[in-house]
Design a protein around this ligand. Structure first.
Ligand code: NAD
Length: 490
């Protein structure tokens, strides 16, 4: 965000205004935009849900969600811009009252006809709401109309395509902002800054210099209270199809013609369109699925012993895989991806493994040269690390590996916007750079569907791994086959 806030007038219509996401993320994020001056006087938010509330009770919910984040005066002034309408998204008749209120608030707050429709409700309602917005005339004809869509975007390519068709009946693709909150993370957004902001990194971002790239999204927690959902999704759908692919997009993309959302998407899609699609036996050769077993601590139960998980569940709580891009840039460079629950540590990161130098120092120490690694640490602590070969402090010439490490300072961290604040701000500016686009989403679903199909037919082993480790040994073997190893080991 720049330092000179420009007021961004709009009316935001929020479906799911009493939900968990709204209270924990959306209201605090909007409040931050208010305190920074992106929202000033010319905005209004309409919250809708089935609950029977009036404006005053709704404003109290909003005030509670931002309590302690600002002065009493700021909180009061902010909450005064909120209105509530009890509304059932499945009932077309209900949309009429929203239409009138939108028009009234638009005029009252001089919002220039700008509208964001934010769907923070169960995904099964997304298509129906988008169609109703159009058919019931909720869109303005003198400003922008944008649709923010929560995740998940479908559960397979077919269901995602069906949803896309429903959204497209009312909105063009540049009006649709598909949320993947990983794209809103500071250090994910740092990937293009590092790549394109440093000519030496950009120039070596190819198969001449890079040996492999590793993307890790490791969770320490188990399934917790989410078994009902998680046991039908698994790690593949919960983490790989969306977040992991979005990170891979920034890494694998070609250099964009410009840093506009249109060109960024085109560059990412150029890479995605060259992703090698696996079928049948190729799935087992390139992907590993796992499920956590017990750990050494008594509380570390096996996945199938967790509450609400069927004892015979074959659900994947761990996935590791090898992606290959058939492009000049990436020919021969595997992208290894992995994610899992109940692993040794919580860690989201990218490790870019460079090829070892072949320079002959004329000493017996050349075998000490290591593969330089550029690590982009995303969570829980943002940072960048570069392990490089340098001189060892010995009399005879010798080399050793040294680590250059930077991590986000407390001051920077305090100023870093939450992903939801960034995404709301970007959507208000019409900037789709950090949202998932349909072409990329459809390719990731087609890719993931093939894997899910083989696993559903039980044509690949389900590997067990001990809780609080970094996953099944089969995932180490996957890399060893091509002379590689995981850089991050927990
Ligand atoms: P929630 O169950 O807490 O809230 C859902 C909201 O929808 C409530 O306000 C509820 O009253 C409303 N609602 C339900 N049925 C309705 C109907 N027929 N008509 C009108 N309103 C109805 O859910 P949530 O956790 O806030 O999640 C909302 C969306 O955000 C989901 O798509 C979810 O996948 C996504 N999401 C949530 C989180 C999170 O941390 N909560 C994180 C990422 C994504």
């Amino acid at each position: 965000m720049d330092n000179k806030p420009t007021e961004l007038p709009l009316v935001l219509l929020l479906f799911g205004g009493t939900g968990d996401l709204a209270k924990r993320k959306l209201y605090p994020s909007l409040f931050n935009l208010f305190k920074k001056g992106y929202l000033q006087d010319r905005f209004a938010v309409i919250g809708t849900a089935r609950h029977d509330l009036d404006d005053e009770k709704f404003q109290e919910i909003v005030r509670q969600s931002i309590a302690n984040n600002g002065t009493e005066g700021q909180i009061k002034a902010f909450a005064a811009h909120f209105r509530y309408r009890s509304h059932d998204v499945t009932d077309l008749k209900d949309y009429g009252k929203l239409k009138d209120l939108l028009a009234q608030l638009d005029q009252q707050y001089n919002a220039n006809g700008n509208r964001i429709f934010y769907m923070s409700v169960a995904p099964r309602f997304f298509g129906q709401i988008a169609q109703a917005i159009k058919s019931e005339g909720l869109m303005s004809d003198n400003g922008y109309n944008r649709l923010m869509v929560e995740k998940p975007f479908g559960t397979s390519f077919d269901t995602a395509q069906e949803l896309q068709n429903q959204l497209e009946s009312g909105f063009s693709d540049d009006q649709i902002f598909r949320i993947d909150h990983y794209l809103g993370k500071e250090m994910v957004q740092n990937i293009p800054a590092l790549r394109f902001g440093n000519a030496f990194i950009d120039a070596t971002w190819n198969n001449k210099y890079i040996k492999n790239i590793q993307v890790t999204l490791a969770e320490e927690l188990g399934v917790e209270e989410r078994a009902g959902y998680y046991n039908t999704a698994g790690a593949l759908l919960d983490m790989i199809q969306n977040h992991t692919f979005q990170i891979v997009g920034w890494l694998a993309m070609e250099e964009p013609a410009s840093f506009s959302d249109k060109d960024i998407r085109a560059a990412k899609n150029a890479a995605f369109s060259k992703l090698k699609m696996y079928k049948g036996e190729e799935v087992a050769a390139n992907f590993v699925r796992g499920q956590y077993g017990r750990g050494r601590e008594v509380w570390q139960k096996a996945y199938t012993e967790e509450p609400d998980v069927p004892a015979d569940s074959k659900n994947d709580t761990y996935v590791a895989g090898r992606l290959q891009f058939d492009t000049d840039r990436w020919q021969g460079v595997p992208f290894y991806i992995r994610t899992g629950k109940r692993l040794a540590a919580k860690q989201t990161r990218v490790d870019v493994v460079y090829k070892k130098s072949t320079f002959d120092f004329g000493t017996t120490n050349d075998d000490k040269l290591t593969e330089p690694v550029l690590s982009i640490l995303i969570d829980p602590v943002g940072g960048i690390q570069f392990s490089l070969n340098g001189k060892d402090v010995t009399t005879e010439f010798s080399t050793r590996s040294d680590l250059l490490a930077w991590s986000i300072s407390d001051k920077d961290k305090a100023q870093t916007p939450d992903p939801y604040e960034r995404m709301l701000h970007d959507a208000m500016n019409g900037d789709g750079s950090n949202f998932a686009d349909w072409t990329g989403v459809s390719i990731s679903w087609k890719f993931v569907d093939q894997i899910a199909k083989v696993w559903a037919e039980d044509k690949a082993p389900l590997e067990s791994y001990e809780s609080a480790t970094m996953g099944p040994v089969a995932s180490d073997r996957l890399l060893a086959e091509t002379g590689d190893r995981w850089i991050y080991r927990g």
